[in-house]
Structures are given as structure tokens and as C-alpha cells.
Design a protein around this ligand. Sequence first.
Ligand code: A2P
Length: 290
Amino acid sequence: MNFKKLTDCYELSNGVKIPCLGLGTWQSADGKESYDSVYAALKNGYRHIDTATAYGNEESIGNAVCDFIKNTGTPRQDIFITTKLWNDDHGYQTTKSALELSLKKLKTDYIDLYLIHWPNPLKFRDCWAEKNAESWQAMEELYKEGKIRAIGLSNFCERHIKPLLKAASIKPMVNQIKVCPGQIQQELSNYSRNLGMLIESYSPLGRGEIFKNDEMALLAKKYSRTVAQVCLRWNLQCGNLPLPKSTKEERLIENSQIFDFELEQEDMQKIANLSGLETQLARNPDEAPF
Ligand code: A2P
């Protein structure tokens, strides 16, 4: 890991390059808010946008990406777009239809990375493993057709990954999970990495909680950086791909300036073990009310 800029990439197990930091868009409202933040991110050098059908903002994001391409001549291939299959759409045919709808909303011919958003939807709680296998088969076919450049998982634990692997002929390339200071999910990260998956970190700023933490404030002072920058740098140095969300241009810029300093090993450990940041623990997928 020796990233120097936003456009430097991790390489997925199938050779696809993925920019090392992306813009998270969960809770970016559809319409002007999502359009403006995605356009501002692209204008400021971001080349990786993470969305999901469930966020309800694919259309605004598609508009922002299209306008940016049109206004700047940036090739579509230079922008990496991730979206996710929603829980209600698990199944073979429904996955194919959901992907078509996402393509339409995002106004693109292909998705760079398509993830199963959650492993155990409420709607399919008695047959989740079969449903994941069906969705995965559809995703493998869409991948082979070139409609998706990479396929992966989100919020999957070891107990969900194991049955999926039994049914899969293509291994997932990504597991997107919540990783932030004090919530490192070490075992799941190691397990996923050993299977060749890249860990993408959602809510890497602890959904804003890290800004209340005194220890993080002290570290920020030590490195003459902001709390957000120390936090995101930590995530990157863990070998993960952070997806911070912001709808404010100045914060988007701040969050992208993490390539000109390095955290000492001792501080990496300190951040991993931070306490007091557990009010929003990663949800147990088997108990999610959706
Ligand atoms: P906003 O969108 O108003 O900027 P996470 O990525 O962990 O989900 O955290 C997102 C939260 O952190 C949002 O509330 C976002 O608010 C806020 N945020 C993002 N970047 C920064 C920053 N650099 N400084 C302060 N708050 C930030």
C-alpha cells in the first residue's frame, strides 16, 4: 500500500482496478443534495462513487456522472461506480431485473462493482442461503456478459459467506462492511481477505461519532491533520478502502487529503482499540428489520 493520490488503485482478484478511496452516498438525499455532492467530488478528483438501490439516489448520481463526463470529456471508464442489490430483489430473475433498473437509473451500460447489499433479508429469512445462491448465479452471468466488471458482498459474515462459496463458481471480489475506529471487525476482515476479497469500509467516520472522541482529537493534533483525515488514513493503512460520506464540498476535499502523512504503528493500534465509539455498532444481518 503506497497510495499517493485519489486515483491510485487497489487491484481486485480479477485484475480490475478500483480507486483507493470512494465517496459514500448513504443518506445523501435524492435530487440536488446527491447530484451536487457527486459532482463536487468528481470535480475535486474523486473517481469512485458508492451507491445502492436502497439509498434511492441512483438517478441523481447518474445525472451528476453523466453531466461531469459531458462537461469535462472524462471517459466513463475513468469513473468507478458501485451499486448494490436490494433485499426485496434477491432471487435469479429479480436480480437481473434489478440490475437493469440500476443501469437505467445510473444511465450507464455497465456497473463497475455490484454487491449483494445484505445476506439475510427479512422477506427471505427462511431461505436466505438459497436466495443468495440464486442472486449470485445471476450476477455471475451478468459479469460474464460484461454488464458488471466485478461482483461482491456487503454485510456478509463468515456464516453467510460459507454457503455462498459452495454455490459459487466465481469468488466474490469485495466484502463491504462497517469499519471505523473502535470497530475493526478483524476476524471477518482476515477471513474475507484470505478468500481474496478487498475490504471496503462503510461509515469509516463512525457516522460522525469520531468527532466527539478526545483521543482522536489528540492524534489529529499530533499529526497536524483533522480528525477525519487521521481516521481515514488509519482505515487506508489497515489495507481497507474507505468510503466516507459528505455532502459538503470542503469536507469532501478534506477527506481526500490523506496521502501526505503516515500514522505510526503505535497509533494505528491505539485507534483500533479506541473505546466509547460503540453506540452505532454494525448491525447483525440476521436480525435486521428489513
Ligand atoms: P456531512 O454529509 O454533512 O458532511 P460516515 O462516512 O462514517 O457515514 O460519516 C458521515 C458523517 O460524517 C456525515 O454526518 C457527514 O456529514 C460527516 N462528515 C463527513 N466528513 C466530515 C468531515 N471532514 N468533518 C466533519 N464531519 C464530516
